[in-house]
Design a protein around this ligand. Sequence first.
Ligand SMILES: [Zn+2]
Length: 518
Amino acid sequence: MIKAIINANIYGSDFHNIVYDEQSIIYIGDDISKFKLDETIDACKMSVYPGFYDSHMHLLGYGFYLANLDLKDCRSFEDIRSLIMTRADDEKYPWIIARGFNEDKLAEKRLITKAELDEICADKPICLTRCCGHIMICNTKALQRSGFENDVDADGYVVNMETGLVSENAIEDVKAAWPLENVKSISEYIMLACKKCNEYGITAVGSDDFISITSEYDEVLEAFEKLAYQQKLTLRVNEQAHFNTIEDFQRFLHDGYTYDVGNDYFRIGPLKLIMDGSLGARTAYLSKNYHDDPKTKGFSCLSKKELEAFMSLAQYYNMPFAIHVIGDKALDMVLDTYDKVKIKDNILPNGLVHVQITRKDQLERIIENKLHCYIQSIFIDYDGTILRQRVGSLADHSYAFKTLYENTNVSNGSDCPVEMPDVIKGIDKAVNRRDANGQLLNEEEALTVKQAIDSFTINGYKISLEDNDKGKIAVGYKPDFVILDQNLETIPKDKIADTKVIMTIFDGEVVYDRYQNR
Ligand SMILES: [Zn+2]
């Protein structure tokens, strides 16, 4: 099948037509008369970009979130209560699992408590995960089912029997008690998420899934491999392999898996590690006490010893790392450990995920080590409203996207389901740097429109040695496209946010059509 998009503004080209088959782009130019076309899409002068790449998110977690209760729009405990009630008497749901609340957006301005959840429903386990994924509130039944009996208040593992608050690594123990998932249900969640991502123009993701809803990775891996083999995925997945224990990571390596193993649909990416929590939950690990809670600095989820063990094993097996760091102290730990374990002249694309609270000296070290940065410009929306109040002067050189972009490789993403995988919003935030209240956040760190687009397309693929035919509209490249109703490069910057995704094409097939879905 020979296909064409005609009449288009093509990103990175002065021509207006693209001819492609299922494998690749065959021709870009103005004379398409020599091709016998089976299908033609008239772009009506709209703009075509390479399909978007969300370089850090949780595809399976997103699908699971879509299938469970979504608390994102809750503005009060009453809103939360009415959502929970929709499942309280439904036998299909032995657990009530919900995600997405943010207490800063609730009228009560505080976390809901165990007692309040018990009042809503006491005979089913309920657990509500905060939008950031680093805090969970359980009712009595959920605490019991998870095997908790006493308070624990250790770094990286918190259970409070009184309030029902569970955080960081303790969340894994709640997940382990959830109804068992199998390859079939996992595949369904993945497909649900793929479809939604296509609506945002996404055709590739860097995704951390192995232990996002299960405590073992085997079935998740099997589900992805099956879907990839059957060519059912409607986007490309670069798996950010995340493990509960070093033993699991060793088993994975001994089974023959390592970096770049896979195909064009599902490929093993870097080793994912989580160093600290989130800024919103005050669990990001800072070098100073929190400005708005002087009792805490946050904490690290991995000890120095654990971090070093994971990092050295990864280096030894030629697997790059992608480490979640939000607070500057967590970043110190990673940079120091990297200095210790790094192999000279190593060309592995090692990287940092989030890289939010940074000091000037740290930016220099990141650049010197050429670490890849997986940023989330969309976080500016909420984080900008709390940043100064949380971290005080540590905000000065934070969210330093431009400094990083111009000196090392930066790719962008949403960390979905923390935020929705809304690439247009991500581009708007990267370029305009305005938070939800309209305040500017370190304006000098704004990306240009082209930098922002590239951070969501070609740059994501740069971490893989195998993906050198994706992320660009050029002959020989994969036919993955997104058609937008506006030309991002010519419209006024304050109009970027109004841009709409009209069509998404993956492997030459239309996977989302705005007007067909109406
Ligand atoms: Zn994440």
